[in-house]
Design a protein around this ligand. Sequence first.
Ligand code: 4BW
Length: 146
Amino acid sequence: MVFVNNRDFLFTPVMDYTIPAEKVAHVQIGNNAEHALLVLTKTGYSAIPVLDAKYHLKGLIGIGMITDSILGLERIEYEQLADLKVNTIMQTDLPTIKTTDRFQKALDLLINHTFLCVIEEDGKFAGIMTRREVLKEFKKYIYTSF
Ligand code: 4BW
């Protein structure tokens, strides 16, 4: 991507920076917490999207949410993992951006969130935009502009 030396990049489409859905680790809403913990541990990510069978975004699940849900009074109750469904412990109030949004909106949100889920007009999950991808673009911009 080539930027001129002005603020044009703020208005570029978010899809230019989006990791496509097929490359994003996710779990299904009906999965149990044990499966989610397995995916999180194997991929090394601290949080990943939760999708339904039609690939619509439903929430986010993270290691902290899982641990918190099985925290007993004196110990972590691992035996509960198999019976807990992802939809009962996931985070549902999450910021999202649309495929038609501009970079500037995502940039503002990425200050407080490590990644943003990108959705199509009908709610279908299109991918994620991460701080890493944005920093990589900024680096390219700075190195080629000054
Ligand atoms: O497996 C990894 N590969 C790479 N290349 N980098 C990783 C990996 N795991 C972590 N990282 C790095 C990235 O720089 O650590 C940062 C924090 O990871 P996180 O949050 O706490 O697991 C990563 O920063 P990022 O690329 O800007 O990603 C921000 C967040 O986006 C991650 C994770 O929650 C989510 N994420 C990123 N790529 C993902 C993903 N979730 C699912 N699938 C993916 N492909």
